[in-house]
Design a protein around this ligand. Structure first.
Ligand SMILES: Cc1cc2nc3c(=O)[nH]c(=O)nc-3n(C[C@H](O)[C@H](O)[C@H](O)COP(=O)(O)OP(=O)(O)OC[C@H]3O[C@@H](n4cnc5c(N)ncnc54)[C@H](O)[C@@H]3O)c2cc1C
Length: 436
């Protein structure tokens, strides 16, 4: 427990509960806005400006089709081949394996067919309505048109790649996701920007998927809306908590302390040290991803195009053409391996041969990832006044508004519309048999 320092007094008018949200990524900001709409007095703390973590550079995709977890029997089959190549879509920094092992073990267990089915159902429940959940937030922020419903297109260059994906396709169909399977000619009709269609064996179109015209702007717009309604966002790093008789009562930062009635931890991939201080260890790791944004691209597809063979997405955001994706398991500290961003461009050139990187920027970010591909949206196991919201992996943008609603309900002691049980923080902890 830390010594008491300066106490923050601002934001203390009104009679709603005082809530501190740690993390101004898209998840923390959506939670803060939802709480504020219900009269809570909310302070968001982040060591960076809003949206500068993983939320800065993602691929902007917001779809309710993401019901297939990352760990599946199909991915396990491809694993050995991928792991031998540091530039493959899924790579591991070998020096990091000892630290990663407990997470990897749980990842392998999550790939069992019955688990995949269970996880997929829970994800489908969470995703149902995830797009609509943005509407009130964006309308109130004065930016109702930031989401574009163009669908997105998955292209397969090989029959083998398409065959490997068939189980996922069946799973998506079982969960009610609308998909159209296309041949080369149909692909070209749908997306004229694709070059030589002989290159493609098949395509799969998901008509209901949206993308944000600019994912970083989306966070900033929501943060601005939160501030305009009296919310506070402070640039401070949370290092500790004060724990009173009723549970955590203040966060301690490098600048002082902030007392609260309720606490939300939404610190993305960096949440684990904070939950540990609150007596709860969670198997949270990071799946590092890369992007390259071409500011003035020679070609702009109409829809986002992606490939499970290359683990890559191309999204035509307002800032240019963003090419990104892939997974590198290497922890939070290792420097970026920019060769992985260069590979992204080479792969995108297979589809859009005119592209060059003459005016571009590169980025590496940390997805906050749980081994079962499900986020933690949960009360802290030991403290009723604390809610965790992190671990959204590949789906943090698309699930952020929906997560905000659930966090609001958990904080305000209401029943969330979605059953939060699958997303409990302690789901990986061994359970004692019930006593009679
Ligand atoms: C290459 C790539 C592509 C992706 N594409 C998509 C996509 O198309 N669609 C999608 O839905 N998702 C996508 N994602 C995933 C998505 O970006 C993340 O899941 C999401 O941004 C997580 O949001 P967050 O708010 O939880 O975390 P973050 O955005 O990382 O925010 C966490 C914040 O907490 C702050 N913080 C941490 N510790 C502390 C502390 N102690 N004190 C104060 N502040 C702290 C950090 O500074 C950070 O700002 C992608 C990710 C990557 C890397």
């Amino acid at each position: 427990m830390a010594r008491q320092g300066r106490t923050s007094q601002d934001n203390d008018t009104g009679d709603g509960p005082r809530v501190v949200v740690v993390g101004a990524g898209v998840v923390g900001i959506c939670a803060a806005l939802q709480l504020q709409r219900e009269g809570a007095r909310v302070t968001v703390l982040d060591r960076q400006a809003p949206g500068e973590g993983a939320s800065y550079g993602n691929m902007s995709i917001i779809g309710e089709d993401s019901v297939v977890p990352i760990a599946t029997p199909g991915v396990l089959k491809q694993l050995p081949r991928m792991l031998m190549d540091p530039l493959s879509p899924l790579a591991i920094r070998w020096s990091y394996v000892p630290q990663l092992f407990p997470w990897l073990w749980r990842f392998l267990k999550a790939a069992r067919p019955a688990e995949v089915e269970r996880i997929s159902k829970a994800l489908a429940d969470l995703l149902d309505g995830a797009i609509d959940a943005f509407k009130p937030l964006l309308e109130e922020a004065g930016e109702p048109d930031m989401l574009r419903r163009t669908g997105w297109l998955c292209v397969y260059e090989t029959e083998r790649g398409f065959r490997a994906y068939r189980r996922s396709l069946e799973l998506q169909r079982r969960r009610g996701v609308r998909v159209d399977v296309l041949d080369g000619g149909e692909l070209r009709q749908l997306e004229p920007a694709l070059g030589d269609t002989d290159r493609f064996h098949k395509g799969v179109y998901y008509p209901d998927v949206c993308y944000a015209s600019d994912n970083y702007k989306l966070v900033r717009v929501l943060a601005r809306s939160f501030r305009q309604r009296g919310g506070r966002i402070l640039r401070e790093e949370v290092g500790d908590f004060e724990i009173g008789p009723e549970g955590p009562s203040a966060v301690v930062t490098q600048k002082g302390r902030h007392a609260f009635d309720r606490l939300v931890i939404a610190a993305g991939a960096w949440s684990r040290p904070l939950t540990r201080k609150l007596g709860c260890d969670v198997p949270l790791e990071t799946e590092r991803g890369y992007h390259l944004t071409l500011n003035d691209p020679e070609t702009r597809p109409r829809t986002p195009v992606f490939s499970t063979e290359h683990g890559m997405v191309c999204t035509p955001i307002d800032a240019g053409l963003r090419i990104g994706g892939t997974v590198e398991l290497g922890g939070l500290e290792a420097p970026p391996d920019w060769r992985r961003a260069d590979v992204l461009l080479r792969n995108a050139q297979r589809w859009f041969p005119d592209l060059t990187d003459r005016d571009s920027s590169r980025w590496m970010g940390h997805r906050p990832s749980m081994p079962d591909s499900m986020p933690v949206i949960s009360r802290a196991p030991h403290f009723h006044n604390t809610v965790f919201a992190f671990g959204h992996g590949h789906c943090g943008l698309m699930l952020s508004a929906r997560t905000g609603e659930m966090v609001r309900d958990l904080v305000l002691d209401r029943d969330p519309a979605v059953d939060p049980t699958p997303f409990r923080a302690d789901r990986f902890q061994a359970r004692r048999p019930d006593r009679a």
